[in-house]
Design a protein around this ligand. Structure first.
Ligand code: BEZ
Length: 303
């Protein structure tokens, strides 16, 4: 069944703090965070897909965690949708710094975090030494023991070859297993991409969004192709306030827009970003805070 309603974000509350499976933070700098859901998504373009390739993006886990914490906070709503249970075996696909892996473990589930980035896996292991983390390619992974669920938050839109991902996901799930994921959906950050496209075109450059933002129909068909039945799917607007005041949009582009801006020579990027800000200011800057036009696709599918 496909529903198109709004998922309510629930407060995790204090009752979700039991660390049954031992993924307790060691008290690193990440303690100040709520739930860091992701590593540098820019890195996924190169690193979610080939652990042996060196990333073209410099990755600074601290600056990402500190400057883009909205990603962590929203990720908690996807964990709610997962409804992890004690004793379940759950894979966090694209676990980044491991905070959501640990959050899932709070339920008593046995989790494995998977990420292609060496830096992220190392960071996750430092923060949660009793959790299991593996460095693998999201398009080509396999495990001896099946999972009850595969979970993924804010990662899959970085991987154009979604068929390869879903093939691995389907293979990793046992009978009755579920796949619970959130990714950018159709129309995600369209205002930002359009503004970059126009500013780039005015200077003679063509830019293309590097991301995969499917509609409900597209994704449900893809899931079905890989033997996964869609039980729930929703596409919804989630306007997202960016951090760091009037620098928020420029920071966002710096953190996430590397591939988007890549056709533009380095010495012209600043003027493109200023032009983008001028185009979006009226509709997306209010009281000194930028809002990005995020749209999310959430799915629950079953084997
Ligand atoms: C997203 O989470 O939707 C997203 C983040 C960075 C770039 C593009 C999309």
């Amino acid at each position: 069944m496909i529903r198109d309603d709004r998922v309510q974000y629930r407060d995790g509350g204090d009752d979700a703090t039991e660390h049954v499976s031992g993924c307790e933070s060691t008290g690193t700098e990440h303690d100040s965070l709520i739930w860091a859901g992701r590593s540098n998504p820019a890195e996924y373009a190169a690193h979610m897909t080939d652990p042996d390739e060196e990333s073209t993006n410099e990755w600074d886990t601290e600056s990402y965690d500190e400057g883009h914490s909205f990603v962590f906070e929203y990720g908690e709503g996807v964990v709610d949708l997962l409804e992890p249970e004690r004793g379940e075996r759950i894979l966090d696909l694209g676990c980044g710094t491991g905070h959501l892996t640990a959050r899932i473990s709070d339920s008593g589930a046995n989790t494995v975090g998977l990420d292609a980035s060496k830096a992220m896996i190392s960071n996750a292991r430092d923060s949660y030494p009793e959790c299991e983390f593996v460095r693998e390619d999201a398009r080509d992974f396999s495990f001896d023991e099946p999972f009850d669920a595969v979970f993924s938050n804010a990662v899959l839109h970085w991987i154009p070859d979604q068929d390869a991902v879903l093939e691995s996901v389907a293979d990793a799930l046992g009978p009755g297993g579920r796949f619970v994921a959130e990714l950018g959906g159709a129309g995600n950050v369209a205002a930002i991409v359009d503004a970059v496209r126009i500013e780039a075109a005015e200077r003679g450059y063509g830019v293309e969004g590097p991301w995969y933002f499917p509609s409900v129909g597209d994704y449900a068909s893809k899931l079905e192709l890989h033997g996964l039945e869609t039980r729930y799917a929703t596409l919804f607007d989630r306007p997202t306030k960016l951090e760091n005041g009037t620098d928020g949009l420029a920071d966002w582009l710096e953190m996430f827009g590397d591939s988007l801006l890549s056709p533009i020579p380095a010495d012209e990027r600043q003027s493109v970003i200023s032009g983008v800000e001028d185009r979006l200011r009226e509709d997306y800057l209010e009281d000194g805070t930028w809002t990005a036009d995020y749209r999310r696709l959430r799915v629950v599918a079953a084997t």
